[in-house]
Design a binder for this molecule. Structure first.
Ligand SMILES: [Fe+2]
Length: 307
């Protein structure tokens, strides 16, 4: 399998679309070591795999042996979850150096991070926390993204968050904020469709309206994931971005909407807990491939195999 993908140059305002040539129609999944042997036995045609950067920041050992085995056959996506790009403080330069080294080691097809913060001073949280959308936070996020992109010598994709609270101090919409970040830093965007659905439910806005306002032309990857349902203290439905089940029909509908508007994009099924057997996860990726086939990619040679 050809995995000779190349990095997009650090973004400029008049940059081309942030999609690696030939990668548009790929569908992949989170890579979990429990699935390694099953993947090597029956993997994904036109697939790719995504890992959390922080799980591979040691020098060697079983994690790197497993990832190297996957990298031999597939393009990779390295997805950072702890850079705290949305935080008010300086980036952790040691963490950034480890991130840079990991990107250099595996030469992934895609590199991404979150519009969120997860550390403050020497306190580290397990959650990706939201930030107010103001001129001050916009300046800080852009400064951080420029720092990351300069360190790794390529553009990153910035992911829209799933949120459960909003800040009264915000002076711009999330979509305007994200558009401004992309324009100022040249970063591409990672559209997490499930995050849109979760936030829309939790805040009471229209997911379709959000997508209509989102700068979809800068999307270089799409995330899909399952969410769980809870109820808040007032017994209102609260959706949690749990990554622990199949993708809901509503999220598949939104995904169709996005692909119909911008065409195929590398699409990743995120699944991080309550892991299913590999064929379940694989089937979710193949559903994304079929939807992309409705909008321009060819499944020649795959349909007979998957039937
Ligand atoms: Fe995501």
């Amino acid at each position: 399998m050809d995995n000779s993908t190349s990095a997009t140059a650090v973004g400029k305002p008049d940059r081309p679309l942030p999609v690696t040539p030939g990668a548009q129609g790929l569908a992949g999944t989170s890579f979990k070591h429990e699935h390694l042997s099953a993947i090597l036995a029956d993997g994904l045609n036109n697939g790719f795999f995504e890992v959390h950067a922080e799980n591979y920041m040691g020098a060697g050992g079983p994690p790197h042996r497993a990832l190297a085995a996957i990298r031999a056959d597939y393009p990779l996506s390295i997805h950072g979850v702890c850079m705290s790009i949305g935080g008010p403080g300086a980036l952790d330069v040691n963490h950034l150096a480890r991130f840079r080294d990991l990107v250099a080691r595996y030469e992934p097809m895609l590199v991404s991070e979150h519009l969120a913060w997860s550390s403050h001073g020497r306190t580290f949280f397990n959650d990706l926390l939201p930030l107010p959308y103001t001129q001050d936070t916009l300046d800080k996020v852009c400064e951080h993204i420029n720092q990351v992109q300069e360190a790794i010598k390529r553009s990153i994709l910035l992911e829209n968050p799933s949120t459960y609270v909003a800040f009264a101090s915000s002076t711009m919409s999330e979509t305007d904020f994200i558009r401004a970040v992309s324009q100022r830093t040249g970063c591409g965007l990672l559209m997490d469709v499930n995050n849109v659905f979760v936030s829309a439910n939790n805040h009471g806005f229209s997911a379709s309206a959000y997508l209509a306002e989102f700068p979809l032309e800068q999307v270089g990857e799409i995330h899909l994931a399952g969410h769980s349902e809870q109820h808040d203290d007032e017994n209102e439905l609260l959706l949690i971005d749990s990554h622990d089940r199949v993708i809901s029909d509503s999220v598949w509908m939104l995904y169709r909407n996005v692909v119909s508007r911008i065409g195929p994009r590398p699409t990743l099924i995120e699944w991080d807990s309550n892991l299913p057997d590999w064929p379940v996860l694989r089937a979710q990726a193949l559903t994304a491939r079929r939807i992309m086939a409705e909008h321009g990619i060819s499944l020649a040679g795959e349909l007979s195999h998957e039937a």
